[in-house]
Write a protein that binds this ligand. Sequence first.
Ligand SMILES: [Zn+2]
Ligand SMILES: [Zn+2]
Length: 225
Amino acid sequence: MNCLWCHEEIIPEITWSNLFQPVSQIPFCTECERELKRLEGPQCQRCGRLTSEKLCADCRSWGNGTTDLLEFNHSIFTYNKMMQDIITKWKYRGDYILGNIFKSYVIEAFKIRFAFLEKDFVAIPIPLSEERMKERGFNQAQVLAEFLPVQHADILTRKHGLKQSKRTRMERISAENPFFIDQHINNPVILVDDIYTTGTTLRHAARLLKEHECPEIYAFTLIRG
Ligand SMILES: [Zn+2]
Ligand SMILES: [Zn+2]
């Protein structure tokens, strides 16, 4: 097997402890893996921002006296140069297979962080608009949701609009809800996306779900931007 990023052959290390176990099939070599940075250290309990505060300023204003729409967000990695390069190639240049780099991390983190959830919850990927989907060929959030060992439901749709990245922070926060849903959902939900940046996209989706009877909403993202 070769590393999906640097294409070097991955030679599994055989030790006494793994001699009789199947060799793990991570298509990512240790050298490349070392370049990714896990989200570690004191962080906001709601969104995962690195801070010594229990709740960061953003999350305090999201809650704003009432309860936040999100129970919490869990991200696996921070955004560094290596991650940026991988995401660019995967998401913007349509290298679908490259997403497999993240599979085992997603499964592992999910099992640890969301172990407390009962069986009836559903993973919902943040959708792309139809136009963006045509342009890119696949939705990275859907790929991540499909890695999860739980049922997922693609019940959100998204109106086409300005690219998030071309908006200023204020524009993003004040923008109208870009999502649609045409059914009620009584299960707890884990929203899945590739990156948590301002948290606006996820909260737009969460607001819509809450309006359609969803009792509890969590977010699971690959990267805390
Ligand atoms: Zn590599
Ligand atoms: Zn926060």
